[in-house]
Design a protein around this ligand. Structure first.
Ligand SMILES: Cc1ncc(COP(=O)(O)O)c(C=O)c1O
Length: 318
């Protein structure tokens, strides 16, 4: 792998050299309006010299559901894409935490028009990989604000699926937050209740209970969220999925984001109200540790969540 990019990416059924994977400029634009994607993390386990892809099956199932939702042809199965991703990670000799990015878009131009067809639209798929060091256990905290932008909703642009276009809403909110001196926005839904972050779900702790909005509150059906709910229950932490008021965040004991890229990210203030005592809280810390051990394949109780890719052994230095 060169310093700036991996050797290969996968495109429509073939592993191809990075430099050779180009599209004509006329394909840009409408083709990406219904484009859908996945963000998948794979974690390096030093002791086992192995790379583990976290919840690959769940991510690929969501990838296919997003394709269905956007009326795209689904030419590859979960099993085929699983093999493709493992092969790509091996070919790129990934021996560090690595982000995997499958993207499906409408090839051949005219994507917007073709969406109205009754036939599923012809779909192109690319899969790329890039190094993405985990920030778990690094004590990276964020200061948040409530955004003046409303989260997109199911009857407007369904946040349930990972449509690329959904992220314009996230981008507007993130830009506003950073211009106002915050690290991140938290978006409310059309009902004025807490939805999620720009690229992550949200959880809070009140009186020992872990509380998170339900999947009909204008959120992505997050795989990390589902995993943390399971981990929390295994740790005997009570979990409740319910509507959250904005002001509950101001008086919560703990608040954190969760997601593939966010992993577990503590929020230590909301609209300048310190969360708890303004530091990462104890339940967040327990969940972060449990998540870390699960994703890296260290806690074998969650072995079913991780796919070993069969990483090539390091070539010994002369
Ligand atoms: C808007 C949004 N919400 C939530 C999440 C978390 O979803 P997941 O845990 O499946 O990555 C993401 C992606 O990470 C996201 O982009």
């Amino acid at each position: 792998m060169s310093a700036s990019h991996p050797r290969y990416l996968w495109w429509n059924g073939k592993r191809v050299a990075w430099e050779g994977a180009t599209v004509h400029v006329t394909q840009l634009g409408w083709a990406t309006v219904p484009a859908i994607f996945e963000g998948i993390m794979s974690y390096w386990n030093d002791a086992q010299e192995e790379l583990f892809v976290f919840r690959l099956d769940a991510h690929l199932q969501r990838f296919l559901r997003s394709q269905k939702m956007m009326r795209m042809a689904r030419d590859y199965s979960v099993a085929q894409l699983t093999e493709v991703i493992a092969d790509l990670l091996r070919a790129n000799e990934c021996r560090q935490d690595t982000y995997v990015y499958p993207l499906a878009f409408l090839g051949g131009g005219g994507g917007f028009r073709r969406l109205s067809s009754t036939e599923p639209a012809a779909t192109e798929i690319t899969i790329t990989t890039r190094p993405s060091p985990s920030h778990l256990l690094q004590r990276e905290w964020k200061h948040a604000c409530i955004s003046s932008w409303t989260r997109i909703s199911d009857n407007v642009m369904p946040p349930r699926v990972k449509n690329l276009s959904n992220y314009r809403n996230s981008q507007l909110a993130s830009a506003e937050a950073s211009m106002n001196g915050y690290d991140t926005p938290i978006l409310l839904n059309a009902q004025g209740k807490v939805a999620e972050g720009p690229g992550a779900c949200i959880m809070m702790v009140r009186d020992g209970q872990l509380i998170t909005p339900g999947v009909t509150e204008s959120i992505l059906e997050s795989i990390t969220r589902a995993s943390l709910i399971e981990l929390a229950r295994d740790l005997d932490i009570e979990v409740v999925e319910r509507t959250i008021d904005r002001t509950e965040l101001y008086i919560a004991d703990e608040v954190f984001f969760c997601g593939t890229a966010a992993e577990v990210t503590p929020i230590v203030s909301v609209d300048r109200y310190p969360v708890g005592d303004g530091e990462q809280g104890p339940i967040t810390s327990r969940l972060e540790r449990a998540f870390h051990d699960a994703v890296r394949g260290k806690d074998r109780r969650y072995a079913r969540w991780v796919t070993p890719v069969g990483a090539p052994k390091a070539v010994p230095a002369d």
